[in-house]
Design a protein around this ligand. Structure first.
Ligand code: CP
Length: 529
């Protein structure tokens, strides 16, 4: 029977569809019960039980819970478990991640658990791993599981959090009200909640953090796009004043040290806003529960240790759930369990290339002289690209014309022109005239759409426009030498030196997100000046 999970990677929580996550939770629920009952014969059905099946842990940043729970999960499965001593590896001799992981794939390893500072690394490894597996006829595509990448995501923590919340909600998915408290800026576990909490139908999120540690705008937008009600508070004090606190609080550890000297000077004041104090205890409803992905800071825990012995303590069960979830995840991507999955059809939908961003327009005016008589000598045969960068400044249009010519190699006779738009006199636009040039092929047309969305392409023959195309913003921008992600921590950023080609997927309008780190970019931000 086919298994939709086998060989899959998990770079972000959304890589597993809602149905797939619910299936995983059902399996985890069954397994947790069997573990509690110590039902040895039934537990065997969950084990990979293959001492040749290679699972590799590659932790380039420190970890206790994620690393050790995966280790214990791998031991449950009785597989070959290895650990790359990242601090003593050739990564320190400037070896690329691609070469490092290709080497480990070559030793018959099929699942990699990867924690890194670089954001989007697992997405890149997934792509690179597929190519390597094809070239080297591996028996299975290797899976790359993101164990936390910079400030981006922590999808396996998200899985165990969702499982824990569902347990607490008695598996009722109708509604969920949660407060996220702490360092919402750096905390990757809370970023994964923007997509992860879609397991609930109605979600209310209270964000409690001082402005300096606030949730990045991008994730707030994502929450709202997912239909969540979002409320923002700058401290626990101001949150308590509402008298309407959430039944579930999710704390995170402040990572103030990452924010520079100005913030460090104010660390006591900032911490004070997100540390739970004794005086709040009798102001929260009795059935409130606290969670924390852990670790807690031993000197300044946002959940103080005097709460360990109270009914607020949900974080210990949450942490223990980590191993159960990771046993199931390993079993799924290994193809041991999951053949009985029959909810949805697939994982999250890929952004598909579509041709509808190149539209052929009906021809109204066919006389060239009328169309292009704005001080420019009309051409008899060739190509006229019009309405380039309409509404931009003259300087920006000039720079972009030069970029289009350079990238598409539109060298030769003809010229460029900047003029007022006839339909909107207050707006400027650019044009490129190239006598003698034929209609560009599909690849060039797609490139032109990416470079100059909104432009029109006119094919001229014997002074008549014989074809007119309107190019819109394409769904993907890739394969250009002069595009770059602006996030220096992204695996595709040039400063990382990994030679990962930048690629952007359109979210909406002229907003794109980096394929790897998912940072949003406006169309203009994509291009290197
Ligand atoms: N929650 C979590 O990721 O903990 P570790 O950093 O100890 O793995």
């Amino acid at each position: 029977m086919s298994n939709l999970f086998k060989g899959r990677s998990l770079a972000v929580i959304d890589d597993f569809s809602l149905d797939e996550r619910l299936f995983l939770f059902d399996k985890a629920k069954e397994l947790k019960k069997l573990l509690q009952e110590n039902n040895k014969s039934e537990l065997e059905k969950y084990r990979i039980n293959d001492s040749d099946f290679g699972v590799y842990e590659v932790f380039i940043e420190d970890s206790t819970r994620t690393k050790e729970s995966f280790k214990n999960a791998a031991e449950f499965h009785r597989v070959k478990l290895s650990n790359l001593e990242a601090n003593h590896s050739s990564i320190n001799k400037s070896e690329s991640f691609a070469d490092t992981f290709n080497t480990l794939c070559g030793y018959d390893n099929l699942v990699f658990i990867v924690r890194s500072k670089q954001e989007g690394l697992c997405r890149w490894l997934e792509e690179n791993g597929k190519l390597y597996a094809g070239r080297n006829r591996m028996k299975q595509t290797p899976s790359f599981i993101n164990a936390g990448d910079g400030k981006h995501e922590h999808p396996t923590q998200e899985l165990l959090d969702e499982f824990t919340f569902l347990e607490r909600n008695k598996w009722n998915r109708t509604s969920f009200h949660i407060a996220l408290v702490g360092d919402l800026y750096h905390g990757r576990t809370v970023h994964s909640k923007a997509d992860g909490l879609t397991i609930f139908k109605n979600v209310k999120i209270d964000l409690v953090a001082p402005r300096e540690l606030g949730m990045p705008e991008y994730y707030i937008d994502k929450m709202k796009d997912n239909g969540f009600e979002v409320n923002i508070f700058d401290s626990i004090d101001s949150y308590m004043e509402t008298g309407q606190t959430a039944p579930v609080w999710y704390f995170t550890r402040p990572q103030l040290e990452r924010m520079g000297d100005d913030i460090l000077k104010r660390q006591d004041e900032l911490r004070y806003k997100i540390i739970f104090r004794k005086e709040f205890l009798d102001k929260i409803p009795e059935d409130t529960i606290f969670y924390h992905p852990l670790p807690r800071h031993k000197l300044y825990p946002t959940i103080p240790t005097f709460l360990d012995t109270t009914p607020l303590n949900g974080w210990e069960e949450q942490s223990a759930n980590g191993m159960v979830i990771r046993i199931i995840l390993l079993g799924l991507v290994a193809g041991k369990i999951g053949s009985d999955y029959k909810y949805g059809e697939n994982g999250s939908a890929d952004t598909q290339d579509s041709e509808d961003f190149i539209e052929e327009l009906p021809l109204k005016e066919t006389i060239v002289t009328k169309d292009y008589a704005e001080g420019v000598k009309p051409i008899s045969n060739g190509l006229v690209i019009d309405h380039i960068c309409r509404g931009e400044s003259e300087k920006e249009i000039r720079e972009h014309l030069a970029r289009i010519i350079r990238v598409l190699e539109l060298y030769g006779k003809g010229g460029e022109w900047i003029s007022r738009s006839r339909s909107e006199q207050d707006k400027m636009k650019g044009m490129i005239f190239r006598p003698g040039l034929p209609e560009p092929g599909t690849k060039k047309m797609k490139q032109l759409a990416a470079l100059a969305p909104g432009c029109t392409v006119n094919i001229i023959n014997e002074r008549k426009v014989i074809k007119k195309l309107k190019l819109r913003m394409p769904p993907r921008i890739f394969n250009f030498p002069n595009i770059c992600c602006r996030n220096p921590d992204c695996i595709s950023h040039s400063s990382q030196g990994e030679n990962v080609p930048a690629e952007f997927n359109r979210i909406t309008g002229d907003k794109f997100r980096c394929k790897y780190c998912e940072k949003p970019h406006s169309f203009k931000e994509i291009w290197i000046q």
